[in-house]
Design a protein around this ligand. Structure first.
Ligand SMILES: Nc1ncnc2c1ncn2[C@@H]1O[C@H](COP(=O)(O)OP(=O)(O)OP(=O)(O)O)[C@@H](O)[C@H]1O
Ligand SMILES: [Mg+2]
Length: 261
């Protein structure tokens, strides 16, 4: 089943930067996709258009049969509940417990005073504890977030997203601030969640080796355009040169083909 479809999508920022240029992509339910490319290529823009953190200017973007560009006001909020978002900086409330961080996402409709007082329904608590168990930090449930390591904090963020039961998880450089070993632990969690729940997962990632090791499919972006879209196994040095530009290519930056953009 198709989960995300970009049809001739172009995104130009108000300052005139064309961050996405005529992007065409189809991502199915349950796919684990890594998006790679140089800094400034448009990776964050691409995933942020999916949950309408950014609006597209041209083309159509369908997510779970919803035309994202047509959503208005409250519809945007409801739509976003179905999409989990994970950032490099974890985005947790560090002065409260791990379980409270997870619970906050599972009960968007709960009265604000219940959230403040920590009065969450029992079944939501069980749900939250299950999510923490899935990422291996159940024993940290009642610790304050600021007592956790970076890797553990990212797993809290992942648990929070799982407890939200989204159809899609978007992750923008989720392991960029972690050491190589911890980065793998977190990537293992993503992989496990992907296999167990069949959520579609899109990860922006700078580490090519991790992208190739964990993702089933790789999308290479260069200057706002998709220059590679295929299986991870099929990524060769030639493909990487196409995405990142080999050293030999660098002096050619001013050739007519590049200048066209
Ligand atoms: N809010 C914004 N306003 C204007 N231009 C922007 C904005 N956000 C990004 N850009 C520009 O759009 C282009 C794509 O940026 P984007 O953040 O999507 O790249 P990226 O591939 O995620 O890079 P990185 O790997 O550094 O995170 C860049 O040229 C960037 O300067
Ligand atoms: Mg980015």
């Amino acid at each position: 089943m198709t989960m995300i479809e970009f049809k001739n999508v172009t995104k130009t920022y108000p300052n005139g930067v064309k961050a996405l240029n005529d992007v065409n992509l189809t991502i199915d339910q349950g796919e684990f996709v890594a998006i790679i490319g140089l800094s400034g290529a448009g990776k964050s823009t691409l995933i942020r258009c999916i949950n309408r953190m950014h609006e597209i200017n041209e083309g159509t973007l369908m997510v779970n049969d919803v035309d994202v560009g047509k959503l208005k006001g409250k519809q945007v909020r409801l739509f976003r509940r179905n999409i989990g978002m994970i950032f490099q900086s974890f985005n947790l409330v560090t002065r409260t417990s791990v379980i409270n961080n997870v619970l906050i996402s599972t009960v968007p409709d709960l009265a604000w005073w219940r959230k403040v007082l920590g009065l969450f329904p029992k079944e939501k608590k069980i749900d939250a504890l299950e999510a923490l168990d899935k990422v291996g930090i159940l024993d940290k449930a009642y610790n304050r977030v600021d007592q956790l390591s970076g890797g553990q904090q990212q797993r809290v963020a992942l648990a929070r997203t799982i407890a939200q039961h989204p159809a899609i998880i978007l992750a923008d450089e989720p392991v960029a601030s972690l050491d190589p070993v911890t980065a793998k632990v977190v990537m293992d969690d993503f992989k496990k969640i992907n296999k167990e729940t069949n959520m579609s997962i899109l990860i922006n990632i700078h580490h090519v080796e991790l992208a190739l090791e964990y993702a089933d499919r790789v999308i290479g972006i260069r200057q706002g355009e998709v220059v590679y879209d295929g299986k991870s196994e099929a990524v060769t040095q030639e493909v990487l040169d196409q995405i990142y530009g080999s050293q030999a290519e660098l002096p050619k930056m001013n050739d007519p083909e590049e200048a066209e953009v």
